[in-house]
Write a protein that binds this ligand. Structure first.
Ligand SMILES: C[S@@+](CC[C@H](N)C(=O)[O-])C[C@H]1O[C@@H](n2cnc3c(N)ncnc32)[C@H](O)[C@@H]1O
Length: 284
């Protein structure tokens, strides 16, 4: 465990932009836990790494200057890259989309390889904002298969936010890669926030099929090994996951805080509700 002196005010290396917000609704999105996460940050750190970036809620909250945002979902990372490099092109494409069932299924059926990067990014944002529950789910062939969602007047194109997002991504290292890559890049004093797909609370209760290949306990075990190596190196680690006995046992040498958040990842409405989550840090 690293010991850091906590100050009353957390000093963050931030840049000043219009405040960008996550532009995707992402399963496991961290907006509800934000106050707990911010309160659990180390007082100082060098560079910011988020190897399971998803919707990037903590990144957008902090806007650290030197950031590495990675995820194994290539389409997601391509969307970040295109938004950073040509936000006006993405906005132009996004404005062509309408909230309408037939249009949704037409867009969903499009071969992404035939679209321009701007068209692909706009498709991803459109499907995310109008599909069921903001899920990202693909079939065995890697095709997006989330059904049309019922929303009251969904906002498909928030131009102002997309421009703010684009600015906040300038200079950010965006990579489609698996989380282990962090071992090759992180150095002493860097901060690494890890928010992997959650360990299911029961066999049916949780949604982990973000990708063709799920994230099983074997992956959680590899992640725990990676975290130990980063700890030895002197990195600051913060990890969020569900409150299950395996977590408490595997991370017993670290500091564990229990928090509560409402989850919306089960298709049965009755199964939605408050679940326990853990925030693990190697400092206090
Ligand atoms: C719980 S979500 C992250 C949510 C994010 N913190 C947010 O605020 O939206 C987990 C993410 O891990 C990604 N992922 C799954 N397996 C991965 C792997 N092996 N390496 C890196 N990312 C992975 C998924 O694509 C998904 O975006």
């Amino acid at each position: 465990m690293i010991s850091v002196v906590k100050q009353n005010v957390v000093e963050l290396p931030t840049a000043s932009f219009d405040s960008p917000k996550p532009f995707l609704k992402w399963v496991g999105g961290k907006r509800q836990l934000m106050d707990h996460l911010v309160a659990a940050l180390p007082a100082h750190f060098n560079r910011y790494f988020e190897p399971f970036v998803g919707g990037g809620a903590l990144f957008f909250e902090l806007q650290p200057v030197r950031a590495f945002l990675w995820d194994s979902n290539e389409e997601l990372i391509d969307t970040y890259i295109t938004l950073r490099d040509d936000v006006e092109g993405v906005i132009r494409h996004l404005k062509r989309h309408v909230y309408q069932k037939e249009h949704y299924y037409e867009v969903r059926a499009k071969r992404v390889s035939r679209l321009s990067p701007q068209g692909r990014a706009a498709r991803m944002i459109f499907l995310n904002r109008t599909g069921f529950n903001g899920l990202y789910r693909v079939n065995q062939r890697g095709e997006f298969n989330v059904p049309f969602g019922r929303h009251a007047n969904p906002r498909i194109c928030n131009e102002q936010n997309l421009r703010a997002v684009s600015k906040s991504l300038i200079g950010v290292d965006l990579r489609a890669t698996s989380f282990e890559a962090v071992l090759k890049n992180a150095r002493k004093g860097d901060f690494i926030y890890l928010d992997p797909p959650y360990i299911p609370l029961s066999k049916t209760s949780n949604f982990v099929a973000y990708q063709k290949h799920g994230f099983g306990l074997d992956n959680q075990e590899v992640l725990a090994d990676v975290i130990e190596q980063l700890d030895q190196r002197g990195c600051y680690i913060m990890l969020s996951n569900s409150d299950v006995p395996w977590m408490k046992k595997r991370y017993r040498k670290f500091h564990i805080e229990k928090v509560s958040a409402s989850r919306n990842v089960n298709s049965k409405a009755t199964a939605r509700g408050h679940v326990g989550e853990l925030i693990v840090t190697n400092y206090r």
